[in-house]
Design a protein around this ligand. Structure first.
Ligand code: XMP
Length: 606
């Protein structure tokens, strides 16, 4: 079948390119970057080289074979793909002193078939540190940004193009038009691929993989595993599909009862519940490192599953293990060969990876993004309550309750942040106070995992200014990957203390988080803003005030696919109400609001 080939250098966004093209009604397939001409076959109408975490200067700088580049089909390089093309074809790439992460203004310098119907100035989304500084012979520089002179290049005659920014992410305003210009205008691909076909294709694929076996699936209560469980049950019936809901002890208030009841009311009689919280808490005792927590939780899920499987006398000749894994879960675990591990999702721990290799796992949604999972759910007539709820991560509140070894006084020196931010704020007439927090959180920058400090600021409340401050700080300072706004008003000069003793996951801390999370959830629903927000984590952090109370971070976000996100600019009066309610519990020290987009922040803090 004719298609567009995407050669993957390990970018987190590779599948977004494919999806954008599929949404245009054109089949797009992803291949490893070192695919052979034979494997690609004769049906390639155009080729896209993805971004990736490496640099063309790396010893093992990834490349594409000369024979592939000589296939005489149009080529578009994105980010690393753009740098690779420039480097390979005789241009010059340099390692940048300042990275560009987030929004940038693109200035189009020259007419190009790639920029048909794109205004001369538009917003694009960047995530890079290397840059092309000189283009190969036969190429023109067709666009630039303030920090990058060769943001786009074109050889119209040979139909080879390069873009430093990511047209595939939603934050590149005209990105979809540019991709359409490439695949439809330049590659001349016809637009006849559709979602209905995809659903049928998917069901056929699932039926083929399951064969005569039965499926045992872990249901976490989140959208993905709910949809996967319901989908499998619809295909194979409740006799061949058994769901297991494991109560880890890290669920939201009354969540376990609610999920099981909801499925029961829908007529699903194949979901069992097991309370395994004792095992989870025991194993997580004394653990504070985020990746270690994730690995233990993943393993504890499997061990619990084994206990139940043994009781039910399942054997792998007859049963497959189902999981609600969706695409971003795999890519952010470094699952595509070239990508960097950002967070190990609980369903991508070593044991599971081994079982996948042995063909013992079925992941019906693994090629899909969250919005596609929802679309699929609707196509299958699943109720909105299952399909449209905010996602909730498998490891639950455990990854929203940060721990500490109690040793490291992690406060970093503020000089450089101070200096850069002062210049920035002076220029913009902004006056703020700031301090780093003595903890770290996980983030993502230029396809790599970061584990760095949040910067707390206060004194400015206008969202638009806060957006600018946030990206200015994280763009110019590698030691900070998040910026949070302090919401408490009563303290003029707050002091943020780290814990003097180790702090781990305890039932008391989770109960405290549960209480605050419930306040936030209830207010969000009362105020009718639930559907305006895509997810609203509340994070408990071991940052103390002077009377030893812990702090929380509010993290409401908007996103299309969780690969990139904007923080949600909440109405001030609603935010104030939430703060007042939290303060009135008298159990929380500081309350912060996360004003970091993704990248450089992620949805969850670990
Ligand atoms: P991040 O933090 O990577 O999260 O921006 C993207 C989405 O994934 C969810 N998430 C998880 N879901 N198991 C899950 O089932 C996990 O281990 C996990 N970690 C993050 C997160 O809540 C968000 O919706």
């Amino acid at each position: 079948m004719k298609h567009i080939a995407i050669l993957d250098f390990g970018s987190q966004y590779t599948h977004l390119i494919a999806r954008t093209i599929r949404e245009l009604g054109i089949l797009a397939k992803i291949y490893q970057h070192n695919v052979s001409v034979d494997e690609l076959g004769d049906n390639v109408e155009g080729m896209i080289l993805s971004g990736g975490p490496q640099s063309v200067f790396d010893q093992k700088g990834l490349c594409v074979g000369n024979d592939i580049l000589g296939m005489k089909v149009p080529i578009l390089g994105i980010c690393y793909g753009h740098q690779f093309l420039a480097h390979k074809l005789g241009g010059v790439v340099e390692t940048g002193k300042v990275g560009e992460y987030g929004m940038a203004k693109l200035n189009i310098l020259k007419k190009s078939s790639l920029f048909e119907d794109v205004p001369k100035e538009t917003q694009v989304w960047m995530s890079h540190s290397d840059s092309v500084v000189s283009v190969p012979d036969g190429f023109d520089i067709i666009a630039k940004t303030e920090d990058c002179n060769v943001t786009a290049m074109a050889n119209e005659k040979e139909k080879i193009f390069g873009l430093q920014f990511h047209p595939e992410v939603a934050h590149s305003k005209e990105g979809e038009i540019m991709i359409k210009n490439f695949v439809v205008g330049i590659c001349k691909a016809s637009q006849d691929w559709n979602v209905e076909d995809f659903k049928d294709e998917l069901i056929q694929k699932i039926k083929k993989q399951v064969g005569e076996k039965k499926v045992f699936i872990l249901v976490s209560g989140g959208v993905d595993s709910n949809v996967a469980f319901a989908l499998l049950t619809k295909i194979f019936g409740s006799k061949r599909v058994k769901g297991l809901y494991i109560d880890t002890g890290f669920m939201r208030k009354n969540e376990s009862e609610r999920i099981v009841k909801r499925f029961k009311n829908l007529g699903f009689d194949n979901l069992e519940i097991m309370n395994a919280s004792k095992l989870f808490y025991e194993r997580l005792e004394n653990i504070y490192e985020p990746e270690e927590k994730r690995a233990i939780i993943g393993k504890a899920f499997l061990d619990t599953k084994d206990i139940v499987a043994k009781k039910m006398e399942f054997d792998s000749d007859q049963w497959l293990l189902g999981q609600g894994t969706i695409y971003p879960d795999t890519i952010e675990s470094g699952d595509t060969k070239n990508s960097n591990t950002i967070k190990t999702h609980h369903n991508r721990v070593d044991v599971i990876t081994k079982m996948i290799e042995e063909g013992l796992i079925i992941e019906p949604l693994v090629d899909l993004y969250k919005d596609e999972v929802r679309k699929l759910g609707r196509l299958l007539d699943l109720p909105a309550k299952l399909v449209d709820r905010h996602p909730f991560p498998g490891p639950g509140l455990a990854i929203r309750c940060l721990c500490s070894d109690g040793k490291s006084d992690d406060q970093i020196k503020l000089c450089s942040i101070d200096y850069n931010l002062k210049i920035f704020c002076d220029k913009k007439n902004i006056s703020i106070e700031l301090a780093t927090l003595p903890i770290k959180s996980v983030g993502v920058q230029g396809d790599n995992r970061t584990y760095a400090h949040p910067l707390a600021i206060w004194g400015e409340n206008e969202w638009e200014k806060l957006v600018e401050i946030s990206s200015s700080v994280t763009n110019s300072n590698k030691d900070v990957n998040r910026v949070v706004l302090l919401l408490n008003k009563h303290e003029k000069t707050p002091s943020f203390y780290n814990s003097q003793n180790p702090v781990f996951l305890s039932e008391n801390r989770i109960e405290l988080l549960r209480e605050i999370d419930q306040i936030v959830s209830d207010t969000m629903r009362e105020k009718g803003i639930y559907s305006e927000i895509d997810q609203f984590p509340v994070v408990l952090i071991p940052v103390y005030n002077k009377v030893g109370k812990e702090s929380v971070v509010l993290r409401p976000i908007n996103t299309r696919d969780f690969m990139t996100l904007h923080f949600y600019k909440m109405q001030r009066d609603i935010l104030e109400e939430i703060v007042n309610k939290i303060e009135s519990t008298k159990k929380i020290g500081y309350i912060f609001f996360d004003i970091t987009n993704k990248p450089p922040g992620t949805t969850e803090w670990e």
